[in-house]
Design a protein around this ligand. Sequence first.
Ligand code: ZN
Length: 314
Amino acid sequence: MVLKPVAVWIEKERLNGNIVRCLTIILRSRGCYWNRCLMCGYKKDTSKDVTLKDLIDQFNFALKRLSGVDVVKIFTSGSFFDSKEIPKEFRSFVYDALTGKIRKLIVESRPEFINEETAEELSSLEFETEVGIGLETADDFIREHCINKGFSFEDFKRSAKILKSHCVKVKAYILLKPPFLSEGEAIRDAIRSIKAVKGLADVVSVNPTNVQSGTYVEKLWFKGLYRPPWLWSAVEVLRNAEIDAICDPVAYGKARGPHNCGRCDRDVARAIREYSLTQDASVFDGLNCSCFKLWERVVELEDYSRIPLALIHV
Ligand SMILES: [Zn+2]
């Protein structure tokens, strides 16, 4: 049987200041060996018995849409360089298939799989490469106790330096609003984290938490002890980002995703996506909604309430 990818789609992507076509491929793999992060529900996209042939079949299926594409993103719900999850033979197959056809390849990995060997694997390719690392926050306490990520800022730093020394680009994922943080703490943590990765990462991807099935965050959410961040918070973080920052507010406007009042969500999410492509903060200037004032109050008061305020659409 031919296994198909979890998802394949074409989207716009920023490449050296231009907007180009990007093919994003989510492969079903054995999944992330760590699998303990409190907000992560990607286990549902994995299967323990995925073989090398299955990976190749999925990739070949996605390649049918390669025409006119400049950037390819391959995500596995785990680590591209964990050879137990993604065999080296598969990685070589990918590199060969893309050589001469694209300008940039983006993959993801936890820092423990990044070393001289993997960095050389990427730097030997003729196209540009980038590795996304789920740092989530520069704060070790929050990363350990509110996310259960299992690595330190030093680990991130080490892997980012190795990649940079081989001219491989680094993208740091910053989680906007890990559980147990107030809205204001979440904003401040994300802004501080972006500042901390300046010089280590080429770009940050600000990822507003969404409530995924079967996660610890979902348990909190069911009890009214967690609310995904406001879209206004994402805007605030992007406005204060000192390096290139992108944000795709997955599930925006839904109770499980980042949301405002329900009336302005679409416009604010559109501006966030526009900013991601242009890095032009003026896209936020026209945004206006009566819920902005409520958000300001929430940011102020949640530091004291310690439980989410304005849980429902108002
Ligand atoms: Zn609103």
